[in-house]
Design a protein around this ligand. Sequence first.
Ligand SMILES: [Zn+2]
Length: 267
Amino acid sequence: MNNKVINEKLILDPIGTNITIDKGDINYLFPDVHKVIKVELYCPICKEKRVFKCDDSHNTGYYLNRLGSDRERGIFQEKNELLIYNFSCEFNHKFKMIFETLGNGELIKVGQYPWPRYFSQKINDDIFKILDDNERTYYMLSIKSQDNNLNIASFVYLRRVFESLIAKAIKKSSTDFTGKKVKEQIKQLVKEGLLNEILNNTGYNVLYTLLSDGIHNLTEEQCKEQFDLLKSAIEIILEDEIYKRSLEKRKISIGNLLSNKNSEVKE
Ligand SMILES: [Zn+2]
């Protein structure tokens, strides 16, 4: 909200992110010198956007005690010093972010808890409910891997979720899928209405190809670039399923109400 260096983007960046500080911006690292650091983020506990303030009485305390007021020397010459930021929302939900100095104004984000993604967007509770235990674990591990800059790993877990959705659809079908390639399986399942038609065959095939490529061919950087798109594609399939289930429930409930009325009308 008000800080050139310690801002929303940096908090959402994965562990392992490097930043370089210009000498003129050094005070932005220290809320007691500049002003209170505030960020506006989704609070995973309030489940709403909140303003988080950095608690300046604890922020970077160890570092400042050691180096006194010579902060510039610390940031530009010292290595392996830790800068610790404690944030809390107005309802006292906390998170911690830790940087290590690498010298020459460079810092590396070495820790954050809860993990960055928890503050990036609402982790959809409805999606959680529709996933089974294994899928839920894989879904969260894919997000956690992404937060830790383990980008190929994040693809592996995401593919597990996707494969599980296909396996569940196959169980519901009476078709014999023996010997069929995944692409053919998908085509048949979409045709039978067992796999949501929302992405159509091409969409599913691109999704599956990218997920497999991520595991076998893509670089860490390429997986990082593609992750959000693939995660969103899987979430769209699930959200559509949630919508269909809720529509089905409403149809039954309205149907029942109408048939009750029908008997009243007859009488
Ligand atoms: Zn909160």
